[in-house]
Design a protein around this ligand. Sequence first.
Ligand code: B12
Ligand code: SF4
Ligand code: SF4
Length: 292
Amino acid sequence: MTLDFIQKSALSCGFNLCGSASCREKTEHKKFLQNYLDNSYNAGLGYLERNFEKRLDPRLLIPGAKSIIVCAVSHNNMAWKEQKNSNYKIASYALAKDYHISIKKMLNELLTILKSENPEIKARVFVDTAPILEKAWAVEAGLGWIGKNSLLITPEFGSFINLGEIVLDIELEEYSEPYINSHCGNCTRCIDNCPNSAIRAPKIVDARRCISRLTVERNVGDCEADYPTHDWLFGCDMCQCVCPFNEKAKTYTNIEFAPVIEPTKLSTQYIESMNNDDFIEIFKDTPMNQKR
Ligand code: B12
Ligand code: SF4
Ligand code: SF4
């Protein structure tokens, strides 16, 4: 199974980018993860404290793991531009159907294709919730670099993407070249424009101050005294809106990632005119419906 075959198959399943890497311990991330936890930047998100060693090494999470395929898909619907003047902003990813469900389905389709080439493969698919350093693996799989906002930035699709992985029990014929450059240079726009100064240093986000954490995660224990959520209703895209690499980024191509409502409609007036039933009807398939 060549890398080219895997990448083409991933695109046929609706992904925009795909790469592969050999599983190993991410030793270079250890002190940063430890420092993050020591400073309580995880804001009481207990799952980030658990599985410390497994998070650094997928072979401890999935015994027998040899390789990892990392896929990315764009959800860039330009909501971040359309909502600039709205008093009720919703993060771009949250306007599309829940990516956990869409990506898992796409990864399973990809795995079926890979198994048709090699029926012996044993593998597991992951999206977001497992103790895997998804962005770090995306860098190793050649997809892009980690920006000062701590997010993966890809040259073609910017940072408005979501990630998913397949971890396999076989070595692959070839692996992607890791992405070694960072193109942030002297830019500090994300740091300067974060409404709560949550980016304490390049690549280090204090989740206690992060609006995404404050609006998405229900349990808001251990958040520094009452940081405001500004105009954000759900999630926050501010450190991506200002990033020059999103200015020229391509928009979503996979219809599964189309917004459930046109971002142009999301005016202050429109949102204020919605009742509870309207809200549930429109957003029931999105990550905002946390009852699913
Ligand atoms: C926990 C989490 C959150 C938390 C905490 C975020 C944080 N930065 O701490 C909260 C709820 C706040 C959050 C918010 C968001 N998230 Co989030 N989140 C995660 C999750 C589940 C784990 C991330 C993690 O490991 N955090 C632990 C800390 C320690 O890791 P870290 O912040 O990346 O820190 C690393 C760097 O600091 C690095 N480092 C720092 N300096 C240096 C220097 C060197 C030399 C090296 C080698 C490393 C290094 O070391 C640390 C360990 O790797 C991942 C999914 C996953 N399993 O990976 C999604 C994920 C990162 N989130 C995602 C998204 C989309 C978001 C939001 C944009 C959503 C939104 N619009 O509201 C925001 C963005 C906030 C931000 N600027 O980071 C996407 C990212 C897509 C992308 N382009 O990168 C992911 C990958 C989910 C997915 N599958 O698509 N998130
Ligand atoms: S998501 Fe918002 S609050 Fe969190 S670091 Fe980015 S700009 Fe700051
Ligand atoms: S805004 Fe500037 S510093 Fe921040 S991630 Fe984008 S290029 Fe890097």
